[in-house]
Design a protein around this ligand. Sequence first.
Ligand SMILES: Cc1cc2nc3c(=O)[nH]c(=O)nc-3n(C[C@H](O)[C@H](O)[C@H](O)COP(=O)(O)O)c2cc1C
Ligand code: SF4
Length: 449
Amino acid sequence: MARKLLLTHIDVPGIQSFEVYRQKGGYRAVEKALKTMSPDDVVEEVKKSGLRGRGGAGFPTGMKWSFLAKPEGVPRYLVCNGDESEPGTFKDRFLMTHIPHALVEGMIVSSYALGANTSYIYIRGEMMPQIRIVEKAIAEAKAAGFLGKNILGSGYDLEIHVQPGGGAYICGEETALLESLEGKRGNPRIKPPFPAVSGLYGCPTVVNNVESIAATVPIVNDGGEEYAKIGIERSTGTKLISASGNLVRPGVYEIEMGLPMEEFIYSDEYCGGIANGKRLKAVVAGGSSVPILPTNLALKTAKGESRLMTYESLADGGFVTGTAMGSGGFVAFDEDQCIVRNTLNFTRFYHHESCGQCSPCREGTGWMEKVLHKIEYGQASLSDVDLLWDIQQKIDGHTICPLGDASAWPVASAIRHFRDEFEWHILHPEEAQTRNFGLAHYADPLVTT
Ligand SMILES: Cc1cc2nc3c(=O)[nH]c(=O)nc-3n(C[C@H](O)[C@H](O)[C@H](O)COP(=O)(O)O)c2cc1C
Ligand code: SF4
């Protein structure tokens, strides 16, 4: 069995409550940090752990923390990003629902490390049950003396507030989130300045993902070096993966970094294979924003090596034959799924969610949706595939925030790996409505359950 650090006690009845969480060793990290470590010691352990941000970009957490400006007399903030609106991603919701105290405990040790006395957890507005659960956990921790003034007699004060999100995917982008938290429309800011220098209310701020913050608990408990022993290369520790699509056992899994993707999909410890005895056609490994891979490239890199669930292995081959870890939203597509329809579906989402500040994203996502709609509904010509390629190229890298890039990558990768399926749709408009393009052309090797 793989080691678990975040979901160790997931099956313990009542683990949602303070009492049971505490009985299972909860809040030891707070005691250890506040009684025996300085804030810099905590930052040092997080650096040693090699933890990389679990929100999508994979930036080293300890390094991000060390960039935080510390001007005299100015408050510093920790803001937890629990907006989680990326299609295919539902790991943070799972953690907040089932082990909310892991997040609250992580918030306390992380806020202590950063010298923040007021911290925020920004949770997607539609997730009302999770908002209530986390609020209750904060109240319980406060009643037990782990929040408020002079925590455990250490002289350290901390209050944590929960803020329901603004109801848009873009509010998960860290600077849009800060705007939204300040009560404004969630539009991304132009960077620099980065939040570490000028974030919430113009003060130095760290924005971290729910899972990144929860991971600081085992790092403080066991030490950064122990954490770094799990995984390979610069992908250390464990990772929550939310698995969905045509899988026998979809769900949220905690994996050790370095697990082969083939094992993740087919072993009974994880997803148990492709549902209904079908064959695997394609994989989106890290949420709707990362490039889609056909089966052969999902299971093996272009060099023929086993594709591992690490930042490095997933990115092997760049965006030509590789993909990215992203937010850990893993979606499997079986042989019956239509890549054109799926690409249209993703693109419609990005068009709807574009905040409209930059023309390439505001206009380009809409144009891509229109062209994809024409292809899907039998009104396109072959040159429309080139037009689609051209539009995504003009968005990628030309916008204020990464939502523009995120809208371009699924389109680029779908055309790159499944161009014949787009062309087949155009050449067989009526058939395309009722039957999927055949598998044989690109699914090599075909993998069956
Ligand atoms: C459109 C968009 C949506 C995002 N949504 C989220 C989100 O829901 N949760 C999250 O942690 N990061 C999200 N991010 C990434 C954040 O901007 C930021 O990188 C992250 O919260 C940093 O935390 P980490 O270093 O712990 O990963 C999003 C980015 C973009 C561009
Ligand atoms: S890339 Fe899109 S979502 Fe991001 S700032 Fe520009 S218009 Fe808004």
